[in-house]
Design a protein around this ligand. Structure first.
Ligand code: HEM
Length: 506
């Protein structure tokens, strides 16, 4: 052993590693001290022992958060450790209400995202300091969903036939997460940039890869002091080179559209209704350059694709492991579309489809926490708890959804028609839709930053579910619901889990 270790002593790499280790340890220690909040902690709190808690939280986030909820629900607030900081979890309705109402200059969504994803460096300063595309997305894009719906349906049909096309009576087995991600990326990009790019596999791979690039890049960038971050981002993160490749692919489309605007004005004949057209309507100055437009498209794809794919993979798992739901869902879609055809309006009458998607999210969403905020300055909750500047505060989703106080005796059971029954019983109809948000349904967050893409996400997922029940019989290869992996607060569907598809028997 000594023979191996001694030559490393004094070696430049050993010294560099030792410096990095000391730097990270001191940085981690300082941040943890600064974000120390006087509320109960899940697990040990010592300088070193709390790292054991961080390891447990990293590997078994579901257990740690459940333990905090069970033990400390009376006080309504607790904290969990990760490797670089403490995160405060508010679990009572009163404190959650305060989190919802807190203004951005006190508890900030943007600061939390920038810190978590190192956005300024991983995606670029412009995205952070001028997010003109967000209001466009919230208002115009969502309003145009009805106009885009025939395209959405067309893309879903084409994508399913390309990816899942069993012959006659044959059962084929499909890697669910990956397949649903491709279908969702196609469908989303049909509304972001249109045909033919939305079907270009290289373009889709760059799109879906971008999320991984940004998240992995953020982890690397975070390790360095601020003055080195731009350099690390340029040298290390693949996000920048992905953005360049996407720009190359988008450039001809953008140039063609710009030429048409120049010749015929903003409302040129056959102008596509999609997100890129919206950007071209409103982008000014430098923002009209293809590379900047490409980054806007990528940033919306980043928000849209992995969250919807992880959520919808679970929907498919639930359906495949509980085939008893298929017949009723099918009957509903057939009777509504027979009368009205495939329209957004018709889909809104499919209460059971809506309910099934919502129940899957209630029971097992993409994340265990929701509405992450960072204290801009010291912030004090009404119970006297002081949240120091720079501390993360969030709340629980799935664990809260399974509390009988909010969903009664059956809160811990899966009931695909829970919400359609409530709507049929006339219980405040608006509140029980898949897109409704509130303190008892938190997958899309809450307050002024609640997900603006939820109308689109729900529309895609409901249309895809309807497409599946109309066209296929499905079942789990394993016969049972796959387990998810819990990394910190993330709930990651089992990427290896396969579902069997067969052409529907009439
Ligand atoms: C099932 C799928 C989705 C889930 C579970 C989800 C969840 C969320 C959550 C939890 C937030 C933060 C809310 C908060 O902190 O209060 C958020 C924000 C956001 N989401 Fe989604 N989302 C989904 C799909 C989408 C889609 C399809 C898009 C776009 C097409 C999108 C665009 C956004 C944007 C732009 C924000 C940031 C809002 C802001 O800056 O105020 N999301 N989403």
């Amino acid at each position: 052993m000594l023979d191996f270790v001694l030559p490393l002593y004094g070696h430049p790499w050993t010294t560099a590693l030792a410096v990095v280790f000391v730097y990270l340890s001191v940085k981690g220690y300082v941040r943890r001290r600064m974000t120390w909040v006087d509320v109960p902690a899940v697990g040990p709190t010592g300088i070193l022992t709390s790292y054991l808690g961080a390891i447990r939280y990293f590997r078994k986030g579901d257990e740690v958060l459940q333990e905090g909820y069970d033990k400390y629900s009376k006080g309504g607030i607790f904290k969990v450790p990760d490797f670089s900081k403490w995160t405060v979890i508010v679990s009572s309705s009163e404190l959650l209400e305060e989190l919802r109402k807190a203004p951005d200059d006190q508890l900030s969504f943007e600061d939390a995202m920038n810190d978590m994803l190192q956005l300024e460096w991983a995606m670029g300063r412009e995205i952070i300091h001028n997010n003109y595309h967000l209001p466009l997305f919230r208002t115009h894009f969502t309003r145009d969903l009805g106009v885009m719906y025939p395209d959405i349906i067309d893309e879903i049909g084409a994508a399913f036939s390309d990816r899942i096309s069993p012959q006659a009576d044959e059962w084929i087995s499909v890697k669910t997460l990956d397949t649903m991600q491709t279908i969702i990326a196609r469908c989303a990009n049909r509304t972001f940039v249109g045909l033919p790019l939305c079907r270009d596999q290289a373009f889709l791979d760059l799109n879906t890869g971008y999320a991984v690039d940004v998240v992995a890049g953020a982890e690397a960038i975070r390790l360095f002091p601020n003055f080195l971050k731009p350099l690390v981002a340029r040298l290390y993160t693949p996000a920048e080179s992905t953005a360049k490749k996407v720009t190359q692919m988008l450039r001809p489309v953008i140039e063609e559209r710009l030429a048409q605007i120049k010749d015929e004005g903003k409302s040129y004949v056959n102008k596509p209704v999609d997100f890129l057209s919206l950007l071209l309507d409103y982008a000014e100055g430098q923002e009209r350059e293809p590379e900047n437009l490409a980054k806007r498209v990528l940033s919306i794809s980043f928000a849209a694709i992995s969250s919807t794919s992880m959520t919808f993979a679970q929907v498919v798992f639930f359906l495949a492991s509980m085939p008893e739901y298929a017949a009723q869902l099918r009957e509903e879609v057939e009777s509504v579309t027979a009368e009205e055809g495939w329209t957004q309006e018709a889909l809104s009458k499919c209460y059971k489809i809506d309910s099934f998607v919502k129940e899957c999210q209630r029971f097992r969403g993409a994340g265990l926490t929701s509405s992450m905020r960072m204290a801009v300055n010291d912030y004090t909750f009404s119970n006297g708890t002081v949240i120091p500047k720079g501390t993360f505060v969030t709340t629980l989703s799935v664990i809260r959804h399974k509390d009988p106080r909010f969903y009664g005796e059956t809160a811990k059971e899966f009931d695909g028609f829970r919400f359609s029954k409530m709507r049929e019983n006339g219980e405040s109809i608006g509140q029980h839709q898949a897109v409704s948000i509130g303190t008892d349904f938190l997958p899309y967050g809450i307050g002024r930053h609640a997900c603006p893409g939820r109308f689109f996400a729900a529309l895609m997922m409901k249309s895809m579910l309807a497409h599946i029940v109309l066209n296929y019989d499905i079942k789990m290869v394993s016969g049972k619901m796959p387990e998810s992996h819990y990394l910190n607060s993330w709930c990651i569907p089992d990427a290896s889990a396969e579902v069997m598809f067969r052409k529907r028997r009439k």
